[in-house]
Design a protein around this ligand. Structure first.
Ligand code: IYR
Length: 217
């Protein structure tokens, strides 16, 4: 059944303002980096709630919002998740990953150890809903949840915090530890917090825009 349409309430900016806003956003977003070294400094629950509500405002297939965000600051739970993630990662780095994959990861300097899962004040585990809670179909689930996570990563940066997209593989242990129902599958784990005072990042570069952006005018 078609819903009533209501006015959008758009606040129009001049093209000069639009250009200035886009430029400022580019400048800000180009400073974003995936961080692996976190401070133990606390982040308020209100902050996390606001960021997760930004993520949950993302567009999704048929507006079904096929996601669940589980935010964890509980120390014992973070420890259990770290231990379970490291068990999987030990196997990944110790033989499950192909030599090509490990060679591709080498510039990042990652290994099986994931201390950030415990150090960061919050970790958020994102679940994708293969089916909705009422058993109805969801659409473009991977795309929708990916877009919501993009919103979240961007919001975390805009709020002055840092994160990392961590994908322990396989990550079914997250469903068990966090007691999620069978229609939800773990999608991504994001530690959220402030960077450690001595945090470093690998000296890697993004592709030049000429390699990734093409125009027809
Ligand atoms: N899940 C592992 C491996 C890993 C895989 C990719 I692709 C990365 O970009 C980074 C890491 C880990 O988190 O270390």
């Amino acid at each position: 059944m078609k819903e009533e349409h209501i006015p959008y309430g758009f606040e129009k900016c001049s093209s000069a303002e639009v250009e200035a806003k886009a430029g400022a956003l580019l400048n800000s977003m180009q400073k974003r980096r995936s961080l692996r070294f976190f401070s133990e400094e606390d982040v308020s629950k209100q902050t996390i709630a606001d960021l997760l509500n930004v993520a949950s405002s993302a567009p999704s297939g048929a507006n079904k919002q096929p996601w669940t965000f589980v935010a964890i600051s509980n120390v014992e739970l973070k420890k259990r998740i770290r231990e379970a993630a490291e068990k999987e990662e030990q196997q990944f780095y110790g033989g499950r990953a192909s030599d090509t994959w490990l060679a591709d990861l080498a510039p990042l300097g990652t290994d099986w150890q994931k201390p950030f899962i415990e150090t960061a004040p919050w970790i958020v585990v994102v679940f994708r809903k293969t089916l909705d809670d009422d058993g109805s179909k969801n659409y473009y689930v991977q795309e929708s949840v990916g877009i919501a996570c993009g919103f979240l990563i961007s919001a975390i940066h805009q709020a002055g915090l840092v994160t990392l997209t961590h994908t322990p593989s396989p990550m079914n242990f997250l469903s068990e530890i966090l007691k999620r129902p069978a229609n939800e599958k773990p999608y991504l784990l994001l530690p959220i917090g402030f960077p450690a005072a001595d945090a470093t990042v690998p000296n890697i570069k993004k592709k030049d825009s000429s390699e990734v952006i093409f125009y027809f005018e």
